[in-house]
Design a protein around this ligand. Structure first.
Ligand code: ADP
Length: 330
C-alpha cells in the first residue's frame, strides 16, 4: 500500500519546550488516522509539521515530496484556529477560497456538503460557532483534496452538525480521501479513524486500530454497580468469586462477561443488598487513554454520559447489557 504521509524522527522545540520528540508515523493512502492526546501533547504541532506550516527536525514526506513541495491542489488543511474575514458570507468565502485553486468544487456543492445552504448568505460573524466551523471545513474541502488534515474539525459544533460532518467525512473516506485528524472526541475517533495514534509529551506512545489499542491497553470489561452498601456488596461479590472493588457508592467488578451479570445480580440479591443500577461496559478507547496517559479524557465529551465507561445502565434485576458505545453528551 502506498504511504500518503511518512514522518521519521520528527522533533520540534519551542525554546525549552519539547513539542515533538522523535515522532515516527506513517499514514497509508485512503486511511483515516486519528490523533489524540492531552492538551499540549503536540497534536497541533504535528499537523503543522506534516503540512509544512512549521519547520521541524527529522524527515517528512507527503505523497513522496517535502510537505512544502506538495501540490496544493491535492491537500486540504483545516487549522485549529482559523478566522476567515468576518463580513463575508459563507457563500462568498467558499467562492473566494475556491478561486485560489486551479480547479475547485462548485460553491453550491461545498455549501450543501457542509450543511450551510440555508445560511449561505449570512455573514461569517453572524453564524453560530458550529456553522462557522463548518464554513472552515468547507474551505478545507473546496479544492477537492485527496489528502485532508483536520485539526479538531468538530470542536464547538452542535451534536446534529457534528453527526452530519461525520457523515460527510465518512463519505470522503469511502471515496478514497486520506484523512489525518486530531480530535478531542473519543466518539469521533472511534467512529471515523481506521487507526489512532496517542501522543503524549511530544511522543507517539501508541498506534493501532481502535480494536488493537483496546485489546492491548483497555483492560477488562467491567460491571459498575451503584449502591449505598459498597462494602457489603464487595464481600458478597467476592464470595461469589467476582473481582470487586469499592469506591464511595460505586462497586466495580472487572472481567465480567455479559452472561455472568445475572450471577452477580443474584449474589447481591441473596445477600440482601440494595443497588441502584448495574452498568456493564466493555473497555473503550477512553480506557486506553486513561491507562496510557494516567488522565481522564478531559478535552471533550466522553463516550458515555456518566462517570463510568460506556455501556448500558440497567435497573435492578433487569440486566440486558449491550456492548455498543453510546453517543456522548455534547
Ligand atoms: P496539542 O495540540 O496537543 O494541545 P500543541 O502542539 O499545541 O499541543 O503544543 C505542544 C507544546 O508546544 C505545548 O507545550 C505548547 O505550549 C507548545 N507550543 C505550541 N506552539 C507553540 C508556539 N508557537 N510557541 C511556543 N510554544 C508552543
Amino acid at each position: 500500500m502506498n504511504e500518503a504521509v511518512v514522518a521519521a524522527g520528527v522533533s520540534k522545540r519551542y525554546g525549552e519546550t519539547v513539542a515533538l520528540d522523535g515522532v515516527d508515523l506513517s499514514v497509508a493512502d485512503g486511511e483515516v488516522f486519528g490523533l489524540i492526546g492531552p492538551n499540549g501533547a503536540g497534536k497541533t504541532t504535528l499537523v503543522r509539521a506534516l503540512t509544512g506550516t512549521t519547520p521541524v527536525d527529522g524527515e517528512i514526506t507527503v505523497r513522496g515530496a517535502a510537505p512544502t513541495a506538495v501540490d496544493a491542489d491535492r491537500i486540504g488543511l483545516l487549522p485549529q484556529s482559523f478566522s476567515p474575514p468576518a463580513r463575508l458570507t459563507a457563500r462568498e468565502l467558499i467562492d473566494y477560497y475556491g478561486g485560489l485553486y486551479e480547479t475547485a468544487r462548485s460553491t453550491e456543492e461545498v455549501l450543501a456538503a457542509v450543511g450551510l445552504t440555508d445560511a449561505a448568505d449570512s455573514w461569517y460573524e453572524t453564524l453560530s460557532g458550529g456553522q462557522q466551523r463548518r464554513v472552515c471545513v468547507g474551505i478545507a474541502l473546496v479544492n477537492d483534496p485527496d489528502l485532508l488534515f483536520l485539526d479538531e474539525p468538530t470542536t464547538g459544533i452542535d451534536p446534529a452538525g457534528r453527526q452530519s460532518l461525520w457523515s460527510l467525512l465518512e463519505e470522503l473516506a469511502d471515496g478514497g480521501t486520506t484523512i489525518v485528524l486530531t480530535s478531542h472526541s473519543m466518539t469521533e475517533v472511534q467512529r471515523l479513524a481506521d487507526r489512532v495514534g496517542l501522543l503524549q509529551d511530544g511522543r507517539l506512545v501508541a498506534v493501532g486500530t481502535p480494536t488493537e489499542l483496546i485489546e492491548a491497553h483497555g483492560g477488562d470489561s467491567r460491571l459498575v454497580i451503584d449502591t449505598d452498601q459498597p462494602e457489603a456488596a464487595v464481600n458478597a461479590l467476592r464470595e461469589a468469586d467476582f473481582a470487586a472493588t469499592a469506591s464511595h457508592t460505586t462497586v466495580v467488578v472487572t472481567g465480567v462477561s455479559p452472561v455472568e451479570i445475572g450471577d452477580a445480580a443474584a449474589a447481591l440479591s441473596t445477600a440482601g443488598i440494595d443497588y441502584g443500577s448495574l452498568t456493564w461496559a466493555e473497555p473503550s478507547l477512553e480506557d486506553v487513554y486513561l491507562q496510557l496517559t494516567g488522565e481522564q479524557f478531559a478535552g471533550g465529551e466522553r463516550l458515555d454520559t456518566g462517570g463510568v465507561p460506556a455501556g448500558t445502565t440497567t435497573e435492578p434485576n433487569a440486566v440486558t447489557p449491550t456492548a455498543e458505545p453510546q453517543e456522548g453528551a455534547e
